[in-house]
Design a protein around this ligand. Structure first.
Ligand SMILES: C[S@@+](CC[C@H](N)C(=O)[O-])C[C@H]1O[C@@H](n2cnc3c(N)ncnc32)[C@H](O)[C@@H]1O
Length: 225
């Protein structure tokens, strides 16, 4: 099957198995049903509830880029936020401490401020066209990544930016049942441009690998048209 078709077509397996699809530059896990996917994510969330993946130093760099690019921020969204650190770090780093909400699929969301229990694949009508920026380092937990990115872009106002971290942990071979999607950076850039170029303009990726050795990341950026 053509690999991009795998990314766009319904993704549940028909035989009750969890299966890894090997694509061109990416790997994607498929689940027998949504409940299995959600159960795996909730179990991973609870097991790692005290872990923090992204450091504050990276969020500070992203916040500066956002403010320099879009101007004053009134509302932002972060997706897959576990204990809610990144949304509070964004808010602190941005002028006027704007509202920044995080989504989290796990019911542990209720334990953390500014965190909404919400599956990030789903577009939230309350957020449509409202966000000045969307940020995620958790897109590799998507089982339908194109649906997730489409929902995130829908929540941006014209001129708003979507920031997606790409680290050594986001490459194809790192995909597993919990981190369901992994993709090479260049392939990821091409995919975003091909699938969403009409809605959002790809900007030059941010290279923070030297600026922040604590969290060597590139950040892929799409700006809503
Ligand atoms: C690797 S952790 C990253 C957490 C946080 N961003 C950090 O930097 O520490 C991924 C988080 O995304 C959550 N998640 C997974 N799938 C999700 C989904 N479909 N919608 C919302 N959150 C999801 C997981 O429960 C987990 O807490």
């Amino acid at each position: 099957m053509s690999t991009d078709k795998v990314l766009s077509s319904p993704s549940f397996t028909m035989d009750g198995q969890i299966r890894k699809l090997n694509g061109d530059g990416f790997n994607l896990y498929q689940y027998p049903d949504y409940e299995t996917y959600k159960e795996i994510q909730q179990e991973g969330n609870r097991r790692k509830i005290d872990w923090q993946f992204v450091p504050q130093s990276h969020i500070a760099l992203c916040a500066k880029f956002v403010e320099d690019t879009v101007g004053p921020v009134r509302f932002g969204l972060c997706h897959g936020t576990r204990s809610g650190a990144e949304q509070s770090w964004f808010s602190e780093a941005l002028s006027g401490k704007p509202e920044v909400l995080g989504t989290e699929i796990s019911d542990t969301a209720k334990d953390f401020p500014n965190t909404v229990q919400w599956d990030f694949h789903d577009a939230n009508p309350d957020w449509k066209g409202k966000a000045d920026f969307v940020y995620s380092n958790s897109w590799d937990h998507a089982f339908e990544p194109l649906r997730a990115f489409s929902s995130w872009l829908e929540s941006l106002r014209p001129g708003g930016v979507m920031l997606l971290d790409h680290t050594a942990g986001h490459v194809a071979r790192k995909a597993n049942q919990l981190d369901s999607f992994g993709i090479k950076r260049g392939r990821f850039q091409r995919l975003l441009r091909t699938e969403f170029g009409a809605t959002a303009e790809p900007m030059d990726p941010l290279d923070f690998t030297t600026a922040n050795p604590d969290y060597p990341a590139h950040v892929l950026v799409m700006r809503k048209r």
